[in-house]
Design a protein around this ligand. Structure first.
Ligand SMILES: Cc1cc2nc3c(=O)[nH]c(=O)nc-3n(C[C@H](O)[C@H](O)[C@H](O)COP(=O)(O)OP(=O)(O)OC[C@H]3O[C@@H](n4cnc5c(N)ncnc54)[C@H](O)[C@@H]3O)c2cc1C
Length: 435
């Protein structure tokens, strides 16, 4: 018997580790509740993780399988479990954040030669899309050109039945905690994710290139919370979109390539967790003003597009990519809020919160060295609202005080024009200083 250890791959479909383990014989699924990860995240994200773990347990049970849940450090819990049950080895989908690499290294030391790793978190694994000379990419467009040339591999079906297992009668399945999310969660589990994907591809894929930038998020798939926990296979999503074809499919797959690119960046540059990818930008001036930070975080800056985005995020755990760019750029470039605590707080509010994508998003929108984003690009916030929320419906929903008008509805926390000049002067000094 083999253990299949699920981490950010809470699904049965297109699961290379599960498929390979089943070729060897009976399998037992396991999820380890790791206090180092779960203790450091927010109630809403823990609740989303638990809900999807529960759905995975149900999916195992419906096919005659078992998913155990244990709590503790994986490199202590799993060797104990493997020895207790006489498991021959552990199969898992590779993760590549700095902590995941440390964790998995510890497990390999504890069970030498008994762990097998597989792809599956991304379409193209971090570290595999390289320049012809073997160096990693730091700019998206050439990365994406190379990405399209790589083999995507076959989408693997979910098993129909699990082979019978004889487990000791006294073995406990392990409890999955229940936690109050504080926000409405999307329906959990891969069947729900597959239904959302089907609806998006059927109804909104064709219009995606035009509708994806709407601030209210009505033109996008809202699949990110599923991708983050691997409830939905990104490879399956890419295959299905490309089968339909057209401009919408190309554009949407391009966004999933950004996801792969984010994973690749963090894989090659783990220091992104702590510093700007281009360290010169750590020299941007910072305001140490808790009231300004609090106004940004609570959606009380007086600037409708910023406040609408933050209030939606606080209330739902989701906000569109366009709003995320506005929120991060406002914080880093205009309010001069130090990006690290803001990025962290933002990630905890997002149901799709993910180290790699959030770091990439912040460091791209904040002009901190990701991609070729020029530092002198600073959004005109009124223009953003007028262009991407025509009619002000989204503004009115989240900031009723604004009446849907993109101009400040109360004295704003910043003089936007002065803030823009202050940023550009500082940024120009940094950019020139290094040349
Ligand atoms: C400041 C900032 C922070 C962000 N933080 C996160 C985060 O923590 N987790 C996260 O998943 N995404 C993050 N993103 C990327 C993007 O905003 C979300 O993935 C997207 O808004 C999710 O909505 P959707 O599923 O409807 O996307 P769709 O437009 O339907 O796109 C499909 C999928 O492609 C991926 N994707 C789309 N855009 C991007 C992008 N720019 N970068 C990486 N992947 C992308 C997502 O997995 C998404 O589900 C961030 C972007 C910014 C600017």
């Amino acid at each position: 018997m083999h253990l299949v250890w699920h981490r950010a791959d809470l699904r049965l479909h297109d699961h290379p580790a599960l498929t390979a383990a089943l070729q060897q014989g009976p399998v037992l699924g396991v999820v380890v509740l790791d206090p180092l990860i779960l203790g450091a995240t927010s109630p809403r994200r823990r609740a989303w993780f638990y809900a999807n773990t529960q759905a995975l347990r149900t999916a195992y049970a419906q096919r005659g399988g078992v998913l155990l849940v244990r709590t503790g450090s994986p490199w202590e819990v799993l060797p104990r479990l493997a020895n207790e049950l006489g498991a021959q080895g552990i199969f898992a989908v590779r993760n590549s954040t700095p902590y995941a690499r440390f964790r998995d290294g510890q497990l390999e030391k504890a069970l030498p030669g008994r762990i097998r790793w597989f792809g599956g978190q991304y379409v193209q694994e971090p570290g595999t899309v390289l320049k012809p000379d073997g160096a990693p990419y730091t700019v998206f467009t050439p990365y994406s050109k190379r990405w399209w040339q790589a083999e995507q591999g076959r989408v693997l079906p979910a098993p129909e039945h699990f082979p019978a297992l004889s487990l000791p009668a006294e073995i406990a399945q392990g409890e999955i905690p229940l936690e109050e999310a504080g926000v409405p969660l999307p329906p959990a589990g891969e069947d729900s994710a597959l239904r959302v994907l089907e609806g998006f591809l059927r109804d909104r894929l064709a219009a995606y290139p035009r509708a994806r930038d709407l601030l209210d998020g009505s033109g996008v798939s809202r699949l990110s919370p599923y991708f983050t926990l691997g409830v939905l296979s990104p490879r399956l999503a890419v295959h299905q979109a490309l089968q339909l074809g057209g401009e919408g499919a190309q554009k949407w797959v391009n966004e999933l390539i950004w996801r792969d690119f984010s994973g690749d960046l963090l894989y090659h540059h783990p220091r992104m967790l702590e510093a700007a990818l281009d360290p010169r930008w750590e020299g941007l001036p910072q305001t140490d003003d808790p009231e300004l930070y609090g106004a940004w975080l609570q959606g009380q800056t007086g600037i409708p597009v910023v406040d609408a985005g933050m209030r939606e995020l606080q209330a739902t755990g989701f906000v569109s990519n366009r709003a995320r760019m506005v929120l991060a750029q406002f914080a880093v470039k205009l309010a001069l809020i130090y990006w690290r605590p803001a990025e962290r707080a933002f990630r905890d509010l997002l149901l799709d919160g993910d180290n790699a994508s959030n770091l990439q998003g912040w460091q791209w929108a904040g002009g901190l060295g990701v991609d070729a984003a020029p530092y002198f690009r600073v959004f005109n916030l009124t223009h953003q609202a007028l262009t991407h929320d025509p009619g002000g419906v989204w503004l009115r929903k989240w900031v009723p005080e604004s009446g849907g008008n993109p101009e400040p509805y109360k004295p704003p926390v910043l003089d936007l024009e002065a803030a823009r000049r202050r940023y550009l002067e500082a940024a120009q000094r940094i950019a020139k200083g290094a040349r």
